[in-house]
Write a protein that binds this ligand. Structure first.
Ligand code: ATP
Ligand SMILES: Nc1ccn([C@@H]2O[C@H](COP(=O)(O)O)[C@@H](O)[C@H]2O)c(=O)n1
Length: 228
């Protein structure tokens, strides 16, 4: 794929466990786009501050630590990795300690503006024709100008069932409570439970994984036709 002036953006937001990462990655693969997981950067920063024994809620110290936060992420759907310095943290950032700490760093406005700039730079540098970028504030803050903006949602019950099917080391109740409390904490700083103006909702509660991918692709195709 040759260089182009600016990749097309598909912005996808939604609550924890709604399928943003898995669906976005599959959609990107189908379209030949790159895929940018923005939650990975918040998680990697949480991992980094924990590794430095910094309290994730100590805003001035977390902000000071941003200078040493050497972050990289793979945006090709089939070459996904997350790295901080020399350490590959792809799996480490999914550990429960990191999930429990991530909302605290995400609450810090300086962290949000720092990472927002980073996401824009990474997306703009994609050599592909488009990037699917997913998170909590992509449709509203990171890329409100995206050609396609989607809120991917599912009932709380469906999200809990899907997430607890993935995690065998914790009880279903623990997984559900962690998901709920992360959504509660995140909702204090970003709006991702309801769609902003111009954002299309895809509710996957009664769709299986492949049907959800098809529903997202349908929204993208319809929007492209409208813009053509
Ligand atoms: N429509 C669907 N039907 C069944 N399972 C699904 C569906 N969509 C996603 N899943 C599964 O739900 C689980 C959670 O999805 P995923 O990790 O992509 O969510 P997420 O929104 O990125 O979560 P988080 O914000 O917590 O990282 C995964 O196991 C995924 O395969
Ligand atoms: N655009 C975003 C993306 C993520 N966050 C914060 O990161 C956490 C982890 O995100 P996952 O998508 O991997 O679950 C999330 O709970 C938020 O605290 C964010 O603030 N904005």
């Amino acid at each position: 794929m040759g260089r182009h002036s600016r990749p097309h953006l598909v912005a996808i937001d939604g609550p924890a466990g709604s399928g943003k990462s898995s669906v976005s990655r599959a959609v990107a693969r189908r379209l030949g786009f790159d895929y940018l997981d923005t939650g990975a950067a918040y998680r990697a920063l949480a991992w980094y501050v924990l590794s430095k024994k910094i309290d994730p809620a100590d805003a001035p110290t977390v902000i000071a630590a941003l200078g040493g936060f050497d972050y990289s992420i793979g945006i090709e759907p089939d070459r996904y990795y997350v790295q901080v310095g020399d350490t590959v943290v792809t799996d480490l950032i999914r550990e429960p300690e990191v999930s429990a700490a991530v909302s605290a760093v995400a609450h810090i406005p300086e962290v949000r503006s720092y990472l927002t700039k980073l996401f824009r730079t990474i997306a703009a540098g994609s050599p592909r024709t488009g990037v699917v970028i997913e998170g909590r504030d992509i449709t509203t803050v990171v890329a409100p100008e995206a050609e396609v903006r989607i809120l991917l949602t599912a009932s709380e019950e469906a999200r809990m069932v899907r997430r607890s099917a993935e995690i065998s080391t914790q009880s279903a109740e623990t997984v559900a409570e962690q998901l709920r409390s992360r959504d509660r904490a995140d909702s204090q700083v970003v709006e991702f439970m309801s769609a902003a103006d111009g954002v299309i909702t895809v509710d996957s509660t009664h769709l299986d994984f492949d049907q959800t991918i098809d529903a997202v692709i349908d929204v993208i195709n319809t929007r492209r036709e409208e813009l053509a």
